[in-house]
Design a protein around this ligand. Structure first.
Ligand code: SF4
Length: 109
């Protein structure tokens, strides 16, 4: 579904039927975090979903405010591979087990 920022996101839910205006982020909701529409503008999740459609990748999101209260709230994402049971440092790329990264991209020959 399209977020208030106009980006497709699998985790956004909006119900506008018959005057309703329910909007939720199901990913932040699962973490017990409070969502507001401004978070979607800078959220990395839609980009991660576009780059990596691996069915074993599980995302976890939390809301942070970088450098104290100086900057706006942001969504910070961590990823986990349920197949290999390990954290994924680059969620856009994945853990590299199912879809190995060609050596040329790792700087190896
Ligand atoms: S905050 Fe991120 S994950 Fe949540 S609905 Fe917005 S774009 Fe999607």
């Amino acid at each position: 579904m399209r977020t208030p920022s106009g980006i497709e996101c699998d985790y956004f839910y909006g119900d506008y039927y018959r005057g309703r205006s329910t909007e939720e982020c199901r990913l932040l909701q699962a973490s017990g975090e409070r969502w507001s529409a401004d978070l979607c503008k800078t959220c990395p999740v839609p980009g991660i979903s576009r780059a990596n459609a691996c069915k074993f990748l599980r995302l976890h999101a939390k809301v942070t405010r970088p450098v104290g209260a100086l900057f706006a709230r942001r969504v910070e994402v961590t990823a986990y591979c349920e197949k290999n049971n390990r954290n994924v440092t680059e969620p856009q790329i994945g853990c590299g087990e199912c879809h190995p990264i060609p050596p040329i991209f790792e700087g190896k020959k």
